[in-house]
Design a protein around this ligand. Structure first.
Ligand code: FES
Length: 570
């Protein structure tokens, strides 16, 4: 074992060593814990403001047990928590900030290895981005999904059924009393959203990347096996430090390719794209937007979970979970990829068994063929846009319609339910100013509700286009992440009411059917909106955030800084 970096703090016999040891002793630590054992940071994104991570203090205790048992010293630290359900204007604005906090906390302290406690959507990429920038031995313990929602005899899914129920309420299909009753029926246990939303997508992503113990993604938060997993992960991270098995040895280009293919097979969220691009960027790994289409779009959909399907994460766990999917995809994956437990993907999934073919399909009878995310190009999105065909109405995937334009989210809210809104079922709804810079923060508004008057006619889906994101729990013919964004004068900024737009998902095309000359004329008179007077973090964000096709990370965070601390102030 190479010398532990924590020894630079605790082996010092002079004043800095005295300070490091003495102050920790005020926590009741005896002398012998400074004997050269691995020091493990437990990065805890617990917060009462992040209900999805509300059980993490308990989970951290189980990690701690495992670390002690394996002969390590656990030191838990809090990290900025990003709660999707409460935080405004959008947690995406703060993903990069949280990652920076985590990076600097890991590097600046006497840690030899790290356990990342992740759950609610952005807590996973923020933790991975921060930890990858330092590159110590790292293992992820995700918090697990909630139990299935149960409402009047049927299962309801986080998010996905919120969209359905809110449309039902708007057009009077259900009463306010029923709507409120559904609130407590939907979220009835610890854990994150139990659809294949962004949190579950991220959990599958980290398992496919090899950064969790096998089978971690789907274990419900309320199941005792979640706590066992935390305990075992605590033990394993100590061994990883002894083996010097660092994050960059697991998070490699083949691992990224595996994650993209697995994401397609589970029907994962479109948010996967911006987060994986940002994570890869921290290790300077090559990854392009088109890789998601090239590697993923031909993959079969094997998992029947909302929003693309019918079931929920608890069902996925009982059916066998992600190891079953990985095993079935073995001919498409790099099965020799190493993982945190020391085994390869092949070794970890060799005995995986499918217990429910309604939830996990066999490879020769998938729920859908060619189900991965599609990357669109065209004059409306020269740097790309994303659509999730498995969640979109098939009839709308080749569609031409007249644009109905909303200049920003306030304009949308003001006019969407106006009975005089000039809109038809075949219109294409366009929303501007919701990109990384324009909003700022690229919120999840891309799946915006349809006009009430069309809902009342029974219209269930329409083509919607924006430079924003969509909740992973949502569905619809929704084109997202248009780059360059409208706030930068991308072609989206030039769209006017009545313009024809053509979406052709099979051809990967999104075209504004306006002549180049006319677009040039419009571009010459286009004016950027005056930037609001921003200060502090928002100012930093707007000045440095990259476009969606680069992962919406900060331009100065590409590549890591490693674990070295150059100077000591002690
Ligand atoms: Fe936290 Fe959905 S709100 S995972």
């Amino acid at each position: 074992m190479t010398e532990l970096r924590s020894r630079r703090w605790f082996a010092d016999e002079d004043k800095p060593g005295f300070v490091g040891r003495s102050w920790l002793k005020n926590q009741g630590l005896p002398d012998h814990v400074f004997d050269g054992r691995p020091v493990i940071g437990i990065c805890n994104t617990w917060s009462e403001l992040t209900p999805c991570n509300g059980h993490f203090r308990v989970l951290a205790e189980f990690v701690r047990r495992g670390v002690y048992e394996a002969g390590g010293l656990p030191l838990e630290f809090p990290a900025m928590s990003l709660g999707e359900s409460l935080m405004r204007p959008t947690t995406m604005l703060y993903r990069n900030l949280a990652s920076m906090e985590i990076e600097e906390t890991i590097r600046g302290n006497p840690l030899d290895g790290v356990v990342l406690l992740t759950g609610c959507d952005k807590t996973t990429p923020a933790c991975l981005m921060g930890a990858a920038s330092v590159d110590l031995p790292t293992i992820v313990v995700n918090g697990g999904p909630m139990l299935n929602g149960k409402f009047r005899g049927r299962d309801i899914g986080s998010g996905t059924d919120v969209w359905r129920l809110s449309d039902d309420l708007r057009v009077g299909r259900i009463s306010m009393e029923d709507y409120q009753d559904a609130e407590s029926c939907m979220s009835r246990s610890d854990g994150h959203c139990m659809t294949m939303g962004t949190a579950s997508t991220m959990a599958c992503m980290v398992e496919a990347l090899g950064l969790t113990l096998p089978g971690a993604a789907a274990i419900p938060a309320a199941d005792s096996r979640r706590r066992r997993l935390a305990h075992l992960s605590g033990g394993r991270i100590v061994e990883m430090v002894r083996e010097d098995l660092r994050m960059s040895q697991i998070l490699t280009r083949p691992a990224l390719e595996n994650a993209i293919r697995v994401n397609a097979a589970v029907g994962g969220s479109t948010n996967f794209v911006v987060h994986l691009l940002a994570i890869a960027g921290r290790l300077d790994l090559p990854l392009e937007l088109d890789d998601f289409d090239r590697l993923g779009s031909k993959m079969p959909l094997l998992v029947n979970l909302m929003p693309s399907g019918d079931y929920l994460m608890e069902d996925f766990f009982y059916a066998g979970g992600l190891p079953v999917v990985i095993r079935q995809l073995k001919d498409s994956l790099h099965m020799d990829a190493p993982t945190v437990n020391g085994g390869t993907l092949a070794e970890n999934t060799a005995n995986a068994e499918n217990f429910n073919r309604e939830v996990i399909a066999d490879l020769d009878e998938p729920f859908q063929r060619g189900a991965g995310l599609s990357i669109l190009r065209g004059n409306l999105c020269p740097d790309g846009a994303v659509i999730k065909p498995s969640a979109a109405s098939p009839a709308l995937q080749q569609h031409r319609g007249r644009a109905v334009v909303f200049e920003d989210i306030d304009d949308y809210h003001t006019r969407i339910d106006d009975p005089d809104l000039d809109v038809a079922p075949d219109s294409v709804l366009v929303l501007k100013q919701v990109g990384p810079r324009g909003f700022p923060g690229m919120p999840e508004v891309g799946n915006f509700n349809l006009p009430k008057k069309l809902l009342l006619q029974g219209v269930e889906d329409m083509v919607r286009i924006s430079d924003g994101r969509m909740s992973g729990t949502a569905f619809g013919a929704v084109v997202l992440h248009v780059a360059p964004e409208s706030a930068l004068g991308g072609a989206l900024a030039l769209v006017r009411n009545g313009d024809e737009i053509e979406l052709d998902v099979p051809a990967r095309r999104l075209q504004l059917l306006v002549s180049d000359e006319e677009l040039q004329r419009r571009r010459q008179v286009w004016q950027p909106r005056p930037v609001e007077s921003l200060r502090g973090y928002s100012k930093l964000y707007v000045e440095h955030v990259e476009q969606a096709d680069r992962g919406a990370d900060f331009d100065f965070l590409r590549g890591g800084s490693g674990a070295e601390v150059v100077h000591s102030g002690h």
